[in-house]
Ligand binder design. Structure first.
Ligand SMILES: O=C(O)C(=O)C[C@]1(C(=O)O)C=C[C@@H](O)C=C1
Length: 293
């Protein structure tokens, strides 16, 4: 059985993604994303599943920075899952939404619902938790005028009521999750259909000079290699020093990628392949399949 680390406790979106990806996983929950990545880096588990990017909030910087700076693991699969955020309250809560004075959730979940919070419960204090699952667990502990933002699984897991469904500010809210591994070893996923393959690289420029990024991009462009994402992140070595994360819409091969890497090396750039992997759309239990209060 595959030992899978995920951001817990039970009822997080990462938990939902793990359930959709693995039929028979020995799932081990960790309190933070770095703890999940350390677990796989240190060989405590076979793989870790971590959130990489959300359609509303953008890149999960903690994940990408930790992958680059702190661990030596590879992305072996990507799963894209629709995200529905709901407002969860204790089962004995009898007030209405305006009486809620505290809202608990993960910073990314709060950010996906900023508009809703601002419009409907702006008096409420926001309390950040390490995950949406932790927020739901807190609400279950005692009845009070507080609510959590989280998913259907969390409501079920902690016996909470959903007082308002789909409070995320934009439709088509999706999160990309990465499955990462230390040593290449076959992993048994459910029978999922990959829609495409991607390769993710990190590129560091030798120094800031005019046209540097243009030259980097040309190495892909004239080989007709389609890029689906490019993002700069601070190197953490001083202001103005960045590295680039580039997603290429094709699997690694022995001709084009080595040629790109050689061309970039000639420009003085360093490259590192973070993974070449299949991309799976996955589904989560939705509000449509649960009972409204
Ligand atoms: O807190 C959770 O439920 C998580 O799995 C983390 C996380 C994230 O970091 O983006 C995952 C998916 C959602 O976008 C919101 C939160």
């Amino acid at each position: 059985m595959t030992a899978v680390a995920y951001l817990g406790p039970k009822g997080t979106f990462t938990n939902v993604a793990v359930d959709a990806l693995f039929e028979q996983g020995d799932t081990i929950s960790y309190r933070t994303i770095p703890a999940c990545l350390d677990a796989v880096d240190h060989g405590e588990v076979d793989v870790a599943v971590v959130p990489l990017e959300n359609a509303i909030e953008g890149t999960v910087h903690l994940t990408i920075d930790y992958l680059i700076h702190q661990v030596d693991v590879s992305i072996i699969a990507e799963a894209v899952m629709p995200i529905e955020q709901h407002l969860l309250v204790h089962k004995d809560f009898t007030g209405d939404i305006t009486s809620i004075d505290q809202i608990y959730s993960h910073s990314h979940a709060i950010a996906q619902c900023h508009h809703f919070i601002h419009e409907q419960i702006h008096e409420a204090e926001v309390e950040y938790t390490s995950s949406t699952g932790e927020a739901a667990a807190k609400i279950a502990q005692a009845q009070g005028n507080h609510a959590a933002i989280g998913n259907v699984l969390a409501a079920r897991e902690y016996g909470l009521h959903i007082i308002r469904y789909n409070i995320h500010d934009y439709d088509n809210n999706h999160t990309r999750f990465a499955v990462v591994q230390k040593q290449p070893k076959p992993i048994k996923l459910r029978d999922l259909m990959a829609t495409h393959h991607k390769t993710t690289l990190m590129v560091t420029l030798p120094s800031d000079y005019s046209g540097a990024l243009h030259q980097v991009l040309s190495a892909f462009a004239w080989r007709k290699m389609n890029l689906s994402k490019i993002e700069s992140r601070p190197m953490k070595t001083g202001l103005g020093n960045y590295y680039f994360i580039i997603d290429v819409e094709q699997p690694y091969d022995d001709i084009l990628f080595p040629a790109v890497q050689a061309e970039l090396a000639a420009l003085g750039c360093q490259t590192k392949i973070l993974g070449t992997y299949p991309c799976f759309p996955i589904v989560a239990p939705t509000s449509a399949s649960s009972t409204k209060k």
